[in-house]
Design a protein around this ligand. Structure first.
Ligand code: HCA
Ligand code: CU
Length: 422
């Protein structure tokens, strides 16, 4: 039988694909700080950084130290923690920012500059591509000289001119940048567009240059876009916990892990501690004052709940019938919903067993009919169904006892009490 998560349509011969070999750049402490309600204290940042490093995030990206004195102090503190994850900071494309970043003790600097016409006109005072490229090369040379990793990213990549983009990426790749970054800053890209751009870029820059992708979720494509990027040869994916970031944020770490599990289960399990996702998400949700969305992959309250009778029956027989993800891999529990008009007798039977009530299949079918009749009238809570089950079981037991009593009486009268006398 096919293993859980096996996808018969998956291509196994794609040489470009890094779906089974990627790194996570966790940006809750940078992009996530840009979320509407984020305000992390030093202590909270330490806790987040530690949790994410223990989870297995390869890199943590922190806010530009030039943003505020506290941002700079916090970056220095986190660099000194000695975490397993490498520490990056995000900077504008200037020597001034790069110097302060390197002085903080980071493992790498993520440099970004706008390349779309919108940003060049409205944010960079009308700079042309030649000036931007010159500036990028100077900053990269400086950072490389400081002996740390350097990434160069073009803000609003998908609304930048393709020739401009490829030219600047090629120039920085030749200059020895460790990674180039594609940023879908406004969340406008589709998975197909991401695939095409990454694939083209892969063929233009040196094979030694890694490709990072940063996907905003304005149109709900952030996870799909990240996946597409990996299929086309990207090596690093930016995430944040629950996706928090500017507007509605970027690729959420947990949802991204859910996407990667069916495609690269062994790789994911060998690198990341999936059982930590729930507590990390709960911590961030509490910190920024939001709820985990009901439909969140893995941790949404009904992510592993099965309701319709047909689903429940199959799930009870073999969970992979309706589950591509195994809740146990994430330390979560499966729940078979048994309190609705859609329920079937298999779910009721399993609930009766959980409650320690022994009933024959015919009896379970009889009580299921009663439950369905009531559920047609009003929604049922777990307690309602449990008490119907308990009182039905009580009745069945009473009837049995009564029948036994009567037959014992009869047997007594006949001189046959069913016991073998010694
Ligand atoms: C922003 C910047 C950024 C940078 C992404 C990157 C974006 O607009 O706040 O460094 O690759 O989305 O463009 O987050
Ligand atoms: Cu962003």
């Amino acid at each position: 039988m096919a293993a859980i998560g096996a996808n018969p349509y998956a291509r196994i011969d794609d040489l470009l694909s890094n779906v089974r070999n990627f790194k996570i750049i966790e940006s809750t402490l940078r992009e996530g700080e840009q979320f509407a309600t984020s305000h992390f204290s030093t202590e909270t940042k330490i806790k987040i950084a530690t949790m994410l490093s223990d989870f297995g995030a390869d890199y943590l990206e922190l806010t530009n130290p030039c943003s505020s004195p506290q941002s700079r102090a916090d970056l220095e503190t986190i660099c000194k923690l000695g975490l397993k994850a490498k520490i990056l900071t995000h900077t504008r494309c200037t020597i001034g920012d790069a110097k302060i970043a390197c002085d903080a003790g980071v493992d790498g600097v993520d440099v970004v500059i706008g390349t779309s016409q919108f940003l060049r006109e409205h944010s960079l005072g009308g700079k042309d591509m030649a000036a931007i490229t010159k500036q990028a090369l100077e900053v990269i040379e400086y950072i490389k000289g400081r002996g740390v990793e350097v990434r160069f990213s073009t803000e609003d990549s998908f609304r930048s001119d393709l020739v401009d983009l490829l030219s600047i990426y090629k120039a920085v790749s030749l200059a020895g940048v460790n990674r180039v970054g594609i940023a879908d800053t406004v969340g406008c890209a589709s998975p197909r567009q991401v695939y095409d751009l990454v694939r083209t870029l892969r063929s233009v820059i040196s094979p030694a240059t890694d490709i990072e992708v940063h996907c905003h979720d304005d149109t709900g494509c952030a996870v799909a876009n990240a996946f597409s990027a990996l299929e086309a040869g990207a090596t690093h994916i930016d995430t944040s916990v629950l996706g928090i970031g500017e507007r509605n944020g970027i690729t959420p770490l947990g949802a991204f892990m859910a996407r990667m599990m069916p495609s690269s289960r062994d790789f994911v399990l060998s690198k990341y501690n999936l059982k930590a996702i729930k507590s990390i998400e709960d911590f961030i949700a509490e910190e920024v004052g939001i709820n985990t969305p009901f439909n969140n992959p893995i941790t949404g309250f009904c992510a592993f709940t099965h309701k319709a009778g047909i689903h429940a029956k199959a799930i009870l027989n073999s969970p992979s019938t309706y589950e591509i993800l195994n809740p146990e891999d994430f330390g979560m529990n499966r729940y078979v919903h048994f309190t609705s008009r859609l329920t079937g007798w298999n779910a009721i039977k399993s609930r009766a067993t959980q409650l320690g009530l022994s009933l024959t299949d015919d009896q379970v079918k009889e009580v299921t009919a009663k439950i369905k009749m009531l559920a047609d009238v009003r929604p049922l809570a777990v307690d309602d169904t449990d008490s119907i089950l308990r009182s039905f079981h009580f009745e069945v037991q009473n009837n049995k006892a009564e029948q036994n009593g009567q037959s014992e009486q009869q047997n007594g009268e006949n001189g046959e009490n069913g016991h073998v006398e010694a």
